[in-house]
Design a protein around this ligand. Structure first.
Ligand SMILES: [Ca+2]
Ligand SMILES: [Ca+2]
Ligand SMILES: [Ca+2]
Ligand SMILES: [Ca+2]
Length: 270
């Protein structure tokens, strides 16, 4: 059971059982973040095999797999959650459902969801091609459709300072293996982006970003400047799904709200 404010970074929650609700994690607090986590093989008797949500939660860059419950095998979102964001996350092989949602205002985007989810945006349903699913190795194979398929600005902030550099405002810099969280895996090119985060808990290691990336720094030069402004203006309108880095508010459209965010962050990355 998790209550109040809590962050789970680089954790595994595996093989738990609950007679009724929420075998893996019960998130009932005001602000719970799960990042770079694996939630697998948990089983509940009623709802929420992997994760049961009754408060606010951000599930980012996680793998939720092979969990079971009659309702909401992967994630069960309860009746009155405050704010639910599921991003850059793989939901696969959960039964009876990947996500059961009594609260359709939840935001699910840039995910791999087996079987799909009607309200998910910018997400895919194809097999994420793990290295060895049978033995619990959820790293991505070369050629996985999850490589470079997430959204950088949906990476959780480094609240627990995983890299011990004193900066908790940057994006989480490390993946579950302790490698660079954002690396160019070669799956995208020509978008003006230095590298795009993968979906899931592990980053396929190509060429990593070596600076502390801040939100809005689309070209990764360490500052929000005219280059990022030009990138935003050139991408104006509905974002094409593999070139959406200027979508700072992450709502699928590059518009005045993203422009205002960029201008508000103008200057060197903190
Ligand atoms: Ca990547
Ligand atoms: Ca840090
Ligand atoms: Ca920049
Ligand atoms: Ca936007």
């Amino acid at each position: 059971m998790v209550s109040a404010t809590a962050q789970f970074l680089n954790n595994r929650v595996t093989g738990n059982k609950a007679g009724l609700d929420g075998a893996g994690i019960v998130a009932g607090g005001t602000s719970v973040t799960l990042a770079n986590c694996i939630v697998s093989g948990n089983s509940a008797g009623r709802v929420g095999g992997g994760i049961m949500v009754s408060g606010s939660i951000h599930v980012g860059n996680c793998v939720v797999i092979s969990n079971h419950a009659p309702i909401g095998g992967g994630i069960r979102i309860g009746i009155s959650p405050k704010h639910v964001v599921i991003s850059n996350t793989i939901l696969y092989d959960n039964a009876a459902q990947q996500v059961s949602d009594a609260h359709l205002s939840s935001q699910v985007s840039y995910c791999v969801i087996g079987g799909g989810l009607p309200w998910a945006t910018n997400s895919i349903t194809t097999d994420p091609l793990f290295v060895d699913t049978a033995n619990g190795d959820y790293r991505l194979q070369p050629g996985s459709p999850a490589i470079d398929r997430g959204h950088n600005w949906l990476v959780a902030t480094d609240d627990l300072d995983l890299d011990n550099d004193g900066n908790t405002d940057e994006l989480t810099p490390l993946d579950l293996d302790g490698n660079a969280r954002i690396a160019n895996g070669g799956a995208r090119s020509g978008c003006g982006a230095p590298a795009i985060v993968d979906i899931g808990a592990y980053e396929f290691q190509g060429v990593p970003i070596t600076i502390d990336l801040c939100i809005g720094d689309t070209d990764g030069n360490g500052a929000i400047d005219v280059f990022d402004l030009l990138e935003l203006l050139s991408a104006w309108g509905l974002c094409v799904d593999d070139c959406c880095l200027a979508d700072l508010v992450v709502d699928g459209v590059i518009d005045v709200f993203d422009l205002l965010d960029l201008l508000a962050a103008w200057g060197a990355c903190e």
